[in-house]
Write a protein that binds this ligand. Structure first.
Ligand SMILES: C[S@@+](CC[C@H](N)C(=O)[O-])C[C@H]1O[C@@H](n2cnc3c(N)ncnc32)[C@H](O)[C@@H]1O
Length: 324
């Protein structure tokens, strides 16, 4: 097989699932054809490189204690961007490709989604990205030093619409106070959800910690959709609620913690078609006695659904999944 045309260890079945195709099939065979992956018809930024150019972007085990030293991890001083609950990593991949001058650290609770995200970042040879499995709350409190990051991104935090699991919601006042702590002066928090009840809560509490503005149109960068869930939500006709907050400078750590104590917890009830999408996606893993809700009208995703990422299973052992 022509080495230059190789997809770097991805077999034909995997190529089909990925929707991976040469950008220009008519190019002469001696030129390496860029291989682009698609998710729901939207390209995943970056190009799958030949295997010898792959990177190692997964952190298998975080140290016992923190905080993490960004300079040691990335080997340079650069603005650090966090993606918390990153899912299959679409946003982080895109941002890392578009902004080689920034370093990115993305985490999620679910090992399987981190495996897919890591594999894609490895295949794109990205040196400005790391992925790890961790819950966002512990990640911030244990591993992220005060005023050490320039941006925090949280796309579609899981709404846990089953009221008994509401305590698992991420966007509590204490968590927002911790986001405030880790951001550098002038640092930004980007938030997005398709759940109007979660959004109403967020809009109430955010202004305490951030100068917060809702955004009524897609972000200019990655306007087709910043994350997998945004693509899915838009395909189902759901409204996407977006906002950007700049860290309030006149709020001391003590004041932020006092506000966190005072503010209400996200105990809202939520019911609507967005919940059906969550159920279809297998929100938070299997729930005893729950049957999937009816399917919503709208285009079906091109890959396997769920917080499971689309694309082929990562190979076991040596292969694209290695180096995680
Ligand atoms: C609705 S998905 C959104 C994923 C991705 N941000 C997107 O927009 O496509 C929510 C993600 O948050 C993760 N998650 C839920 N609770 C979390 C927590 N406490 N810390 C980190 N990740 C969490 C889930 O595993 C899931 O991947």
């Amino acid at each position: 097989m022509n080495r230059l045309l190789s997809l770097g260890g991805v077999n034909q079945a995997e190529k089909d699932t990925l929707g991976c195709k040469p950008v220009s099939p008519r190019q002469p065979s001696r030129i390496r054809v860029p291989m682009i992956e698609y998710e729901f018809g939207v390209p995943i930024p970056g190009e799958v490189l030949p295997e010898e150019q792959w990177a190692k972007t997964g952190i298998k085990r975080l140290p016992e204690s923190g905080p993490l030293n960004w300079l040691e991890i990335f080997g340079r001083e650069a603005p650090v961007v966090l993606d918390l609950g990153c899912g299959n990593g679409r946003f982080t991949l895109a941002s890392a490709v578009a902004h080689p001058e920034w370093d990115h650290f993305a985490i999620d609770l679910l090992p399987v989604v981190i495996r897919y995200a890591t594999r894609r970042a490895n295949q794109r040879g990205l040196s400005n990205v790391r992925f790890a499995v961790k819950d966002a709350q512990t990640f911030l409190t244990t591993y992220v030093a005060t005023e050490s990051v320039s941006q925090v991104h949280i796309y579609h935090p899981q709404p846990f619409h089953d009221h008994q699991r509401a305590h698992m919601r991420l966007m509590t006042p204490a968590f927002l106070a911790d986001v405030h702590r880790v951001l550098q002066p002038g640092g930004h928090l980007f938030l997005q959800t398709d759940n109007p009840d979660y959004w109403a809560y967020i809009r109430d509490v955010m202004p305490v910690f951030f100068a917060f503005e809702a955004r009524h149109t897609p972000w200019p960068e990655l306007s087709e959709g910043r994350s997998r869930r945004e693509l899915l939500g838009r395909a189902r006709g759901l409204t996407i609620y977006r906002g950007e907050g700049v860290r309030r400078e006149n709020l001391s750590r003590d004041d932020a913690m006092a506000e966190a104590e005072r503010l209400p917890l996200p105990t809202f009830r939520t019911r609507g078609p967005w919940n059906e999408l969550d159920a279809e996606e297998g929100e938070g893993g299997p729930q005893p006695g729950r049957r999937p809700g009816p399917r919503l009208p709208g285009p079906r995703p091109a890959g396997p659904g769920g917080f499971r990422p689309s694309g082929p299973r990562p190979r076991r052992g040596p292969g694209p999944g290695r180096g995680t």
